[in-house]
Design a binder for this molecule. Structure first.
Ligand code: PAF
Length: 284
C-alpha cells in the first residue's frame, strides 16, 4: 500500500492501473478511521480492482471552527489500520493541494439541504459537495463508497452526481454499530467514558421508537424520542425527524408512501453525534 500526498503522483499510479484494465474504487474519508470505514474499503475491494482511500479533513465543510480544530487526526494510525486490508493507495493531501485557490462554488440542492443537517449546519453540504466533486475530479473513480450513517450526505452526493453528470457509481453501505448499538463515528473517540456510556442511549431510543409505529402517530413519536433521549443528563437532542428517504421531507402520516427514516442529531457534551434508522410501518 502506497501513501501519496500529491495529485500528480496519485494520477500516475491510477493511470497505470487503468491501463492494466483495473476499475478504481474510491473511499473518501476524513481519517480517524474505524471499523465502519474499513467495511467500506472491504466492499470496494470486493467490487473493484484497485482501491484508493483519501484522508483529508476538509475545512470547507465545518461551519464551526472549534469542531474543525477538535476533529481527530492521526495519519500514521490510519495507515496502519488500512495496511492489512483491500486499500492499495492512500491519498493524504494538504489543503493547498485540494484548494490551490479558495473554492467559491455555490451548490444548490433545494429542499434536500434545507432540513436537518442542512438547517443546523449552514454551509456544511456546500463544503461536502466542493470537496467530493474535487476529489472525484482528481481520482476519477468508477465506484465511490459512502456510509449510510451520513444519510443526508448520501442524498446530497447522489443529487450532485446526477446534476453534474459525474460518471461514477455511488455505493451506499450500511451503518456499522458498536456491540452496544452506538453508530460508529470518528467523533466517538472524543467522548469521555461517561459520555460514551450515555451515547448508547441514542441508538437504544431509535430501536425502541422503530417498534412503536403501531402505537403512536408520527408527531407523538417524534416528541417521545426527543424526551426519551433528553432524559439522559449528558444528552441534548438538536433534532429528530422522520423523513421520506428520497425527498428528506418530514413524514406527517404513517400511511404516506415511500421509505421512512428517523434521523437524529444529539449533543453529548461538546460532541455532536448523528444516527438514523429505517422506520417500518406494519399494518395492524
Ligand atoms: O463523510 C465524510 O467523512 C466526509 O463528509 C467526506 C465525504 C469524506 C467529505 O469530506
Amino acid at each position: 500500500m502506497q501513501v501519496v500526498k500529491h495529485i500528480n503522483e496519485l494520477q500516475l499510479i491510477l493511470n497505470k492501473m487503468r491501463m492494466q484494465g483495473l476499475t478504481i474504487g474510491f473511499v473518501p474519508t476524513m481519517g480517524a478511521l474505524h471499523i465502519g470505514h474499513l467495511s467500506l474499503v472491504e466492499k470496494a475491494g470486493q467490487e473493484t480492482g484497485f482501491v484508493v482511500v483519501s484522508i483529508f479533513v476538509n475545512p470547507t465543510q465545518f461551519n464551526d471552527q472549534s469542531d474543525l480544530s477538535r476533529y481527530p487526526r492521526n495519519l500514521q494510525k490510519d495507515v496502519e489500520l488500512l495496511a492489512p486490508g483491500h486499500c492499495q493507495l492512500v491519498f493524504a493531501p494538504e489543503p493547498e493541494e485540494i484548494y490551490p485557490e479558495p473554492d467559491t462554488r455555490q451548490f444548490n440542492f433545494g429542499s434536500l439541504e434545507q432540513v436537518m443537517e442542512g438547517k443546523f449546519r449552514p454551509g456544511h453540504f456546500n463544503g461536502v459537495a466542493q470537496v467530493v466533486s474535487r476529489l472525484f475530479d482528481i481520482v476519477q473513480p468508477d465506484k465511490a463508497y459512502f456510509g449510510m450513517k451520513d444519510f443526508q450526505q448520501l442524498a446530497i452526493i447522489n443529487e450532485m452526481v446526477r446534476r453534474l453528470e459525474i460518471p461514477v457509481e455511488i455505493v451506499s453501505c450500511p451503518i456499522i454499530r458498536e456491540s452496544d448499538g452506538l453508530a460508529m463515528s470518528s467523533r466517538n473517540m472524543l467522548l469521555n467514558p461517561d459520555q460514551r456510556k450515555a451515547a448508547v442511549h441514542i441508538s437504544t431510543t431509535l430501536f425502541e421508537a422503530a417498534n412503536k409505529t403501531n402505537g403512536l402517530n408520527v408527531e407523538d413519536l417524534c416528541q417521545w424520542v426527543v424526551k426519551r433521549i433528553n432524559e439522559n443528563e449528558f444528552l441534548n437532542t438538536e433534532y429528530f425527524e422522520i423523513v421520506n428517504s428520497e425527498t428528506l421531507l418530514p413524514v406527517k402520516n404513517w400511511n404516506e408512501s415511500g421509505e421512512k427514516v428517523g434521523c437524529v442529531a444529539v449533543h453529548c457534551g461538546k460532541i455532536r453525534l448523528i444516527d438514523n434508522m429505517k422506520f417500518e410501518v406494519r399494518s395492524a
